[in-house]
Design a protein around this ligand. Sequence first.
Ligand SMILES: [Zn+2]
Length: 152
Amino acid sequence: MAQISAFEQEKRTRDAVNTALSRLAGEIEEVESRIERTDAYSRLIGLGWDYLETYKPTSCPLCNQTIDPSEALAHLRREMEKVEVTGEIPKLKERAKQLHLERESYESSLRRLRDLQTTLEGIEYTSSGMKPQSLKKLWCSDVSTTMAVLER
Ligand SMILES: [Zn+2]
């Protein structure tokens, strides 16, 4: 009976790890797409600044509307400062790094659970029924450790 509940606990842990992994995958994708977009925007306003300052066009090179080049330059200056002052790109990169680390830790928990499971299954086939108590304890403690990580 205790063995069945340990297996159930292991399955619940594995499900929880998998749920956490897919949530993380979604978050990572979102943060990375924000990094790309912010990066692209920052390059665009940099190039726009250079273009406006050099050629002083009276129509916008992107949408062709009539513009005042000095007003447009002032606007780009404000946008550049906004991107620099908020430091959004470094912040997003830091967040992406944390999410990747978190994912690695979940993946290693999953691997550990699978390895222990395989070991336990192997022992069950070779010996006559009983699994060594110490190994079972190790497995249960690993499940608890993983649960504790998930419940942080
Ligand atoms: Zn425009």
